[in-house]
Design a protein around this ligand. Structure first.
Ligand SMILES: NC(=O)c1ccc[n+]([C@@H]2O[C@H](COP(=O)([O-])OP(=O)(O)OC[C@H]3O[C@@H](n4cnc5c(N)ncnc54)[C@H](O)[C@@H]3O)[C@@H](O)[C@H]2O)c1
Length: 376
């Protein structure tokens, strides 16, 4: 099949910049794709960070200035994975340069930044802007979304969505930009992890009307890497209790959750069926179908590699983080090259990111006042 090549520039050659480049480099993992990404340019002020990308091909442009990347006519689209204080400036510049954009969360350091980015998106409807959120592409989550669409849950009783990390449990871990308000925003763990938990509920139409938040700061200071200590300014852990029009949703995002490395979960409890999925057991979906008077018993199903976009991997094998990243990219390209995307689940939209900002801003106000705050 002839494939359309979409030429990408990567702004931010750190952890996530490399993840995308790796997904692009093994694109033949996917079957029946009529478009493929090619990385043609990479930008990072730390030129050392761009070294790894040279293995992708000697013709790749490397630059320390994102404006140079945006001025390159060879670049059709941009993946931007930089610290949060840079989102507003670079996302808006990318859109105004006429490049399609897969942005990173939280989509601006705070609500005003997200609103300014959204205004640029609305002023340029010809540009496809989406935000990274890969966990919905795990087969278990795709199944839950299908169950929601089919009305399988009956009346939904409660939803719980969370994302748990434990690496910050170690107080001797040096401080990084995610612990500073200037670079990560006051949201802390909400900005860092929050869109990941809001994306699927928002897509299902479960919009939080209000929030009562419990935010915690657990480690007060960390080594600064220069022999001293530096204060940790952002929230480590968050529990948000929200009302929607019909049922409660509990969101939790935690940087300090003992024993959890990168555990994303979604639990939906209903009167006719319930479902639990966690990346801790990434191939397993637990469901509990129920008819009045029946026994209540969880069913445990191994889903295997039943991906949204078909791949070479045998259907009995396991699905993981890097697969979810590649599937998310397939969804972005699907939406970019087709007037009507062929898949059923698109990447997070700017409006969904904006909703997450309104929720997190209300959560900070709730923590400050001890009150339940309207999400607006
Ligand atoms: N989707 C996910 O699962 C996921 C995971 C981690 C991080 N993220 C998000 O990705 C983004 C980047 O996080 P990361 O973990 O890759 O961070 P990182 O620190 O590993 O990488 C960020 C890179 O941006 C570079 N940078 C700084 N200023 C720049 C500029 N002006 N122009 C170009 N590059 C610049 C830094 O030198 C660094 O190499 C953040 O928005 C973060 O929230 C997403």
């Amino acid at each position: 099949m002839a494939q359309k090549t979409v030429r990408f520039g990567i702004i931010g050659a750190g952890l996530m910049g490399r993840e995308f480049a790796s997904a692009a480099a093994r694109w033949s993992h996917l079957l029946n794709q009529d478009a493929r990404p090619e990385v043609v340019s990479v930008c990072d002020p730390n030129l050392g960070a761009t070294e790894w990308f040279k293995e992708l091909g000697s013709s790749i442009q490397t630059t320390t200035d994102y404006r140079e990347l945006l001025a390159n006519p060879e670049v059709d689209a941009v993946y931007c994975a930089v610290p949060h204080q840079l989102h507003e400036e670079i996302y808006i510049a990318t859109i105004e340069a006429g490049k399609h954009l897969l942005a990173e969360k939280p989509f601006g350091i705070d609500l005003p930044a997200a609103q300014n980015i959204l205004a640029a998106v609305e002023a340029h409807p010809e540009i496809l802007v989406r935000c990274s959120s890969q966990f919905p592409f795990f087969p278990g989550v795709q199944r839950i979304v299908k169950m929601v669409k089919a009305g399988d849950f009956g009346k939904i009783i409660e939803v719980r969505a969370g994302f748990l990390h434990s690496s910050d449990l170690d107080p001797s871990k040096p401080i990084n930009w995610k612990r500073k308000i200037e670079t990560n925003g006051e949201y802390g763990c909400l900005g860092d992890l929050g869109l990941h938990v809001v994306h699927v509920p928002a897509r299902c139409g479960w919009k939080p009307k209000n929030v009562r938040a419990l935010l915690s700061k657990i480690v007060a200071e960390r080594p600064d890497g220069k022999g001293g200590m530096s204060p940790c300014e952002t929230w480590d852990n968050a529990i948000l209790a929200c009302e929607t029009d019909e049922f409660p949703i509990i969101f939790e995002t935690k940087r300090i959750a003992p024993g959890e490395t990168n555990t994303w979960y979604l639990n939906v409890y209903g009167t006719q069926n319930s479902a639990e999925f966690s990346t801790k057991n990434p191939k397993t979906l637990r469901t509990l179908p129920y008819r009045p008077g029946d026994r209540q018993a969880w069913h445990v199903e191994d889903l295997g590699y039943s991906s949204a976009y078909p791949a070479i991997t045998g259907h009995i094998f396991e699905f993981g983080f890097t697969d979810a990243i590649q599937q998310m990219w397939a969804a972005y390209l699907d939406e970019l090259v087709h007037p009507q995307m062929t898949g059923t689940f698109s990447c997070a939209t700017p409006e969904e990111a904006h909703l997450s900002h309104r929720l997190f801003t209300a959560a900070i106000e709730s923590q400050r006042t001890g009150q339940t705050i309207s999400v607006g």
